[in-house]
Ligand binder design. Structure first.
Ligand code: ZN
Length: 255
């Protein structure tokens, strides 16, 4: 039985929504991820983690929001790389608003937004807020939305084991150990380990400058070295994320 909304016929989708299924919306981006990873990392990972969780929960995973918020130099290398294709904040907020409003119109009461691109964070809050205000104006006030970044479900034990020399923080993990390991676990066909960059981590001041340049960004666009990445690490991270997400969705929605 599929968990993907796009693979269901409408009567099946309707039946599951009426039975109280949770609907998960992954939100991603199309953004450079160094020489060795594809542009779609942030669009694949939240959707793949969500699908695993959905299989345990009997939830529905909607097609992801593919394009995300503008890449910031200190979080994703910035907009100057070919392939990085972003939405303006207003567009992104309204895409999230419109998609969630549609789910609510279908009768969904339990909605989850699973973010996979750092820069999307605040705009997911705003899109959710607008959708709930729209719903309320239409007299629907029994919808709840939960949102998170999937990587926040990595446990402290996993972080300590994978980063014995210290964790640089998720914003510097762009195209680095975590994302490369997860892609080796989920989609090894899309990773080219022969193209790993050989460079040091990004080195950024506390400020941003506009117009943005690539100053401080390692040439490949990976913000920390991905060289220790392994599929087993990816399996461990994915395991943490799925376990934590399933537990929290059950806690929030009693699903
Ligand atoms: Zn990424």
């Amino acid at each position: 039985m599929t968990v993907r909304m796009a693979d269901m016929a409408w009567p099946e989708y309707e039946k599951r929504i009426k039975a109280g299924a949770v609907v998960i919306l992954p939100v991603g981006s199309i953004e450079q991820h160094s020489y060795h990873l594809p542009l779609g990392v942030d669009r694949y990972l939240p959707a793949l983690v969500a699908e695993r969780a959905a299989e345990e929960l009997g939830a529905i995973v909607a097609e992801p929001v593919l394009y995300g918020a503008r890449s910031q130099m200190r979080m994703g290398g910035g907009q100057t790389y070919p392939g990085t294709t972003s939405l303006s904040p207003v567009t992104l907020m309204h895409v999230i608003r419109d998609v969630l409003t549609a789910f609510i119109a279908h009768g969904a009461k339990k909605i989850v937004v699973c973010n996979g691109h750092y820069e999307n964070m605040m705009f997911t809050f705003e899109g959710i807020d607008m959708a709930l205000k729209d719903a309320k104006m239409l007299g629907v006030d029994d919808v709840r939305v939960m949102r998170f970044e999937y990587w926040d479900y990595m446990t402290r034990e996993t972080i300590d084991a994978l980063f014995p020399d210290g964790y640089p923080g998720m914003e510097l993990e762009h195209a680095a150990l975590i994302e490369t390991s997860l892609m080796l676990h989920f989609r090894p066909d899309l990773v080219d380990m022969s193209k790993l960059p050989n460079e040091s981590a990004g080195d950024f001041p506390a400020y941003d400058i506009f117009p943005a340049t690539r100053e401080g960004v390692p040439p490949s666009g990976a913000l920390s070295p991905p060289n220790r990445a392994r599929a087993e690490y990816g399996a461990r991270i994915a395991g943490d994320c799925v376990k934590g997400i399933v537990a929290d969705i059950r806690k929030v929605f009693g699903a």
